[in-house]
Design a protein around this ligand. Structure first.
Ligand code: HEC
Length: 156
C-alpha cells in the first residue's frame, strides 16, 4: 500500500513537471524560429526597397520572386508566437510584447494584412508600372509591417 502510494505520487509529480519543462524549451525555440523567419523576410524586403527607390534597376522577375517569398514566409510566422514567449518572461531575448496574447485577434488581423499586402505586391510586381502600381503596393506592405511593430513589438 505504501509503495503503491509513493508510485502514485511519482506519477502525479512527473505529470505536473514534465509539460512545464517542455513549455520552457518550446518558448525559446519559438522565439528563435520566428526571429529567423523575420530575418528571412528582411532578406527579401531589402532588394525590393532598393528597386522601389531606384537604387537598382527594376527587374520584374526578381521583384515577383522576392514578393512571393515574403508572402510564403508571412504564413509561417503565427505558429512561432506560442504563449509564454513574451518579453516579460524573456527580456532582452525577444521583442514580442505581452499585448500580443492579450489582444490576439488584433494581432492575427495584422498578420492577415501582411499576408494580403504581400500577395497584392506579387500581382503588382509584373505590371511594369512603378509609380502608379508597384510603389503604392510596396508602401502598403511596409505599412503592414509598421502598424504591427508600433503596437506589438519593442526593440531589443
Ligand atoms: C503581426 C505583427 C507583425 C508584422 C505584420 C510584422 N512584424 Fe516584424 N516583428 C513583429 C514582432 C512581434 C517582432 C519581435 C519578434 C521577437 O523578437 O520574438 C518582430 C521582429 C522583426 C524583426 C527582427 C527579427 C530579429 O532578428 O529578431 C524584423 C527584421 C522584422 N520584424 C521585420 C518585419 C518586416 C520587414 C515586416 C513586413 C514585411 C514585418 N516585420 C511585419 C511583429 C510583426
Amino acid at each position: 500500500m505504501n509503495r503503491l502510494m509513493s508510485l502514485g505520487w511519482f506519477a502525479v509529480l512527473t505529470a505536473i513537471t514534465a509539460p512545464v519543462v517542455a513549455d520552457l524549451r518550446d518558448a525559446e525555440e519559438a522565439i528563435e524560429y520566428r526571429q529567423s523567419v523575420y530575418k528571412a523576410i528582411k532578406w527579401h524586403m531589402d532588394p525590393m526597397t532598393a528597386m522601389v527607390r531606384g537604387d537598382i534597376d527594376y527587374d520584374a522577375v526578381r521583384l515577383t520572386r522576392h514578393a512571393q517569398n515574403v508572402h510564403a514566409l508571412s504564413e509561417m510566422l503565427i505558429e512561432g508566437f506560442v504563449p509564454g514567449s513574451d518579453l516579460g518572461a524573456y527580456q532582452g531575448v525577444t521583442g514580442a510584447r505581452s499585448e500580443i496574447w492579450e489582444r490576439w485577434e488584433e494581432f492575427e488581423e495584422k498578420m492577415g494584412a501582411l499576408n494580403e499586402q504581400s500577395q497584392a505586391l506579387v500581382i503588382a510586381s509584373t505590371s511594369g508600372d512603378m509609380r502608379g502600381n508597384i510603389r503604392p503596393a510596396f508602401a502598403a506592405l511596409g505599412q503592414a509591417c509598421k502598424s504591427c511593430h508600433d503596437e506589438f513589438r519593442q526593440r531589443r
